[in-house]
Design a protein around this ligand. Structure first.
Ligand code: PLP
Length: 391
């Protein structure tokens, strides 16, 4: 019998977030009170002006195909946003509207990778980069970053993992799962490194609006010296609470953009037309976005303070995004067992830390994009099973 499946597909696994989300849902279905902090999905509804714009677009008959690179008004609006907010000097023809941020990363990788090309991944890293690189024929190369120095990026760490086949490095700031925000020094280190080795940057900035303590988001593509080698990725899911609309975008130099557009047009033609009409007004929902960001900030403070009082738990304050990655010392348990234990005993759904790669063997990831009541219940339940620190 012929080999039935693609070896590339057999080589990847189901996302662990899906596994634990399902387990949490099953327990809830059996009547248990479960707090699921597994997925990274805002608990807010999409701001009303965006919904109204989508409705109007549908009523007005905008329910047909759109040109593969995206709705011209939206490409122009995104280019303006990138220039004004990120300092990226993008023109509309350097912007491609994509069916989600996740898909934006996939088609960017698909456009640049040849079999065996290496892509450097700063770990811990979001769960989907590695399988996506592999599906595109590339080879992910882990660059381990350490909890002990707050996951600092240094020239030495980068130089230790670059080779002849290195094609690109993925940056993700604010970071999922560590919550780190890129510093100016780190941005300069990466810029020099990519120029020296002639490699591309894929900069996933999907959490840019969720940032704390007055920190400022830095876009690597704003640096004129490397602008042409940066592929900037973003999306509407997190900042605008639009996960279900499946909309994202890529900004890249014209040559790269041309290849990415080819992939999108051959695979999906275009993202949903009415999602694109609606997204044009999303950028004007400044107050709504700020209110959500403020709420995440309050939730961050609450969960970090709460977990800090629990026995065996070390939890750093994230600088951005909406995740904490507490390190838990409990009966020598590793990440998967810890997540299982927390689900079964504390009724709290988490993602096992080792899903994110290096240095997370004793951690779980918890999303605090849920209500304050859920955060308080989760902390109380975990404290009940692990005990409280002696003060
Ligand atoms: N990048 C990171 C780091 C993420 O955490 C996510 C979603 O969890 C995405 C990209 C993709 O978001 P979406 O596909 O909803 O735009």
């Amino acid at each position: 019998m012929k080999e039935l499946f693609s070896r590339r597909v057999l080589g990847i696994e189901e996302p662990p977030t899906m596994v634990f989300r399902e387990l949490a849902a099953r327990l809830a279905g059996e009547g248990h009170q479960v707090v699921s902090m597994v997925g990274g999905e805002p608990d807010f509804n999409t701001p009303r002006p965006i919904i109204e714009a989508a409705y109007k677009a549908m009523i007005d008959g905008h329910t047909r195909y759109i040109n593969p690179p995206g709705l011209p008004e939206l490409r122009a609006r995104i280019a303006r946003k990138l220039r004004e907010e990120n300092g990226i000097q993008a023109t509309p023809d350097e912007v491609i509207v994509t069916a989600s941020g996740k898909y934006a990363i996939y088609i960017a990788l698909c456009a640049i990778l040849n079999e065996g090309d290496e892509v450097m991944l700063l770990e811990p890293a979001w769960v989907s980069y590695k399988p996506q690189i592999e599906l595109c024929g590339g080879r992910p190369v882990s660059v381990p970053l350490d909890f002990s120095d707050n996951y600092a990026i240094t020239k030495e760490k980068l130089e230790a993992h670059v080779g002849e086949r290195t094609k690109a490095i993925v940056l993700n700031f604010p970071n999922n799962p560590t919550g780190r925000v890129l510093t100016r020094e780190e941005a300069d280190v990466v810029a020099d490194f990519t120029l020296k080795h002639d490699i591309l940057i894929i900069s996933d900035e999907i959490y840019e609006k969720i940032i704390y303590d007055g920190r400022k988001h830095i876009s690597p593509g704003a640096n004129e010296a490397i602008k042409d080698r940066v592929i900037t990725i973003n999306g509407f899911s997190k900042a605008f609470a639009m996960c279900g609309w499946r909309l994202g975008y890529v900004a890249a130099n014209r040559e790269i953009a041309k290849q990415i557009i080819k992939v999108q047009s051959q695979v999906i033609t275009c993202p949903a037309s009415f999602s694109q009409y609606a997204a044009v007004v999303a950028f004007d929902c400044v107050d709504e976005v700020a209110a959500m960001a403020k709420s995440y900030w309050e939730r961050r403070d609450a969960i970090v303070e709460g977990l800090g009082k629990v026995n065996g738990v070390t939890c750093r304050k994230p600088e951005g995004a909406f995740y904490v990655i507490p390190q838990i010392e409990h009966e020598d348990m590793k990440a998967w067992d810890l997540s299982m234990f927390l689900l079964k005993e504390a009724r709290v759904g988490t993602t096992p830390g080792d899903s994110f790669g290096y240095g997370m063997e004793r951690c779980v990831r918890m999303s605090f994009a849920c209500s304050m009541d859920e955060i308080n219940a989760a902390v109380a339940n975990i404290a009940a099973v692990l005990g409280r620190k002696q003060s």
